[in-house]
Design a protein around this ligand. Sequence first.
Ligand code: MF3
Ligand code: CO
Length: 254
Amino acid sequence: MITIRSKREIDCLRRSNQIVASVFREIKKMVRPGITTKELDREVERLIKAHAGIPAFKGYRPLGYQSEFPASMCISVNEEVVHGIPGPRKLKEGDIVSLDVGVLLDGYYGDAAITLAVGTVSEEAKRLLEITEKALYVGIEKAKLGNRLSDISHAIQAYAEENGFSVVRDFVGHGIGKSLHEDPQIPNFGPPHQGPRLQQGMIFALEPMVNAGTWQVTRLRDEWTVVTADGKLSAHFEHSIALTDGDPEILSME
Ligand code: MF3
Ligand code: CO
């Protein structure tokens, strides 16, 4: 069941997502060659708490997992797709790094992700970042009354594939509200005009994961880190949005 959120609830979701947005504004300044992923995570945790939020990912354990996610931010470098665990790894010139942050404030969740270039990166990496971010916006544009859910999915896939990239199938966007993951699941692929009709007050976290090579992925033995099956690059952008009777509101944008 897809929950419709009231204006008051959307105010709460805006506040938690605005913390996520401000964390990205700060952490972007720290991403450079030589910094460790653990240092970035510690700063994110400090910033979330400074805004009276709770890191939403720390301690999170999805159904079927043996372990809890141990950090406040997922950091996924190069061929890592999502859910990378911060640690002693140092970022280096030419890397691309995906940062995924979740915040709980007053019972409502915020969730967003960005992928950044570390120093100068290859032309292909640059294009992958541009196309993945644009794919997210192409999806957001479809989040309008009159459309159905899979119009979002289809638009994201079509845009990524037209540009020579592939979309990950194993992880999806999601509803978000009083839980981090709510109905509906929102794949980044599929035929158009399927699924529920979009309604005002629905809240979605859209999050295309786009690969330079094959769409297939595998999971590392740490149970969390998802990597591309062919070792090629992957990028991830995510926004939480609220559906209105006009353009969707991007809650996680400042
Ligand atoms: N944005 C991701 C998601 O919606 C982040 C989850 S990380 C986890 O699934 F640690 F919380 F699992
Ligand atoms: Co998400």
